[in-house]
Ligand binder design. Structure first.
Ligand code: KIV
Length: 284
């Protein structure tokens, strides 16, 4: 079925995603943080809209995702879900919303679902297997995020490609299998060599969604601002910019400023007239 035809069909559920995976059709995913962007991505036919904790960096201007809180995620989830009719809405559980206690993790995942999430994404490995299993049991599907885990930036020593050596690659491959056994419905593979991503994709029976992990995954995700070229200072090779939003917006706003300064805008046709209908008063 074409992307166009699927655009007019019903909501994308985890069953839809499984069907795409089983028919070898690639799964598309993009991040959104607000109503307007979510509405545009949804009408473009994207399969998954992720309310990513990358919002810390691209919306809040932070250096990492670590300052993002569950309250931030709830707020942005409620904005995004209002703009989405078809796409599957997945939401990141932010740093320390699931690491300190099992009960807190379950409670926070539940809050995200109440705010409109259809599934949640958790970064981790062995330490989150029990949580994934339980969330799944209570009706909250989980995507497990492995490889480069931005919430572990300090223990990784920076945003570095993971699994370059045979030993590190084997650890990630083992982690992927553990996540599948724990009942994760999909894997997000970030920042791993394409050979490792391919081996994972071939050795699990759940979809793998890649970012900076090569072409062999079951699908691909990008941060919306990156694919739209919003940040002129961020052009890593794993990103393909489909437009230059930075240039388009800068030029459009500069034209607006010029028009206002020169009196070209607003013009008469952008304005409203006084109501000239005379109202009869008294005995006149
Ligand atoms: O938060 C995020 O945007 C992510 C990316 C990997 C897409 O998790």
């Amino acid at each position: 079925m074409s992307t166009q035809a699927r655009t007019s069909s019903n909501k994308v559920t985890i069953n839809t995603l499984r069907k795409l995976y089983n028919t070898d059709e690639k799964i598309t995913a993009v991040t959104a943080y607000d109503f307007t962007m979510a509405r545009m991505l949804d009408s473009a036919g994207v399969d998954i809209i992720l309310v990513g904790d990358s919002l810390g960096m691209v919306v809040q201007g932070e250096k990492t995702t670590l300052p993002v809180t569950i309250e931030h995620m709830l707020y942005h989830t409620s904005c995004v879900t209002k703009g989405v009719e078809r796409a599957h809405v997945m939401v990141d559980m932010p740093f320390m919303s699931y690491q300190s206690s099992f009960d807190l993790a379950v409670e926070n995942a539940g809050k995200l679902v109440k705010a409109g999430a259809q599934s949640v994404k958790l970064e981790g490995g062995e330490e989150i297997t029990e949580l994934i299993w339980y969330l799944n049991k209570i009706g909250i599907p989980v995507m497990a995020h492995i490889g480069l885990k931005p919430q572990s930036i300090h223990s990784m020593g920076g945003y570095k490609i993971q699994g370059k050596s045979k030993t590190d690659a084997d650890t990630i491959i083992e982690e992927a299998k553990l996540m599948e056994e724990a009942d994760a419905f999909a894997l997000l593979l970030e920042g791993i060599p394409l050979e490792v991503a391919q081996e994972i994709t071939n050795s699990v029976s759940i979809p793998t969604i890649g970012i900076s992990s090569g072409p062999h995954c079951s699908g691909q995700i990008l941060v919306s601002y990156d694919l739209l070229g919003a940040n002129p200072d961020f052009k890593p090779k794993f990103v393909k910019q489909y437009t230059n939003l930075n240039e388009t917006v800068t030029q459009a706003v500069a034209s607006y400023c010029q028009d206002v300064k020169s009196g070209q805008f607003p013009a008469e046709h952008n304005s409203f007239h006084q109501n000239l209908v005379m109202v009869k008063t008294g005995s006149q």
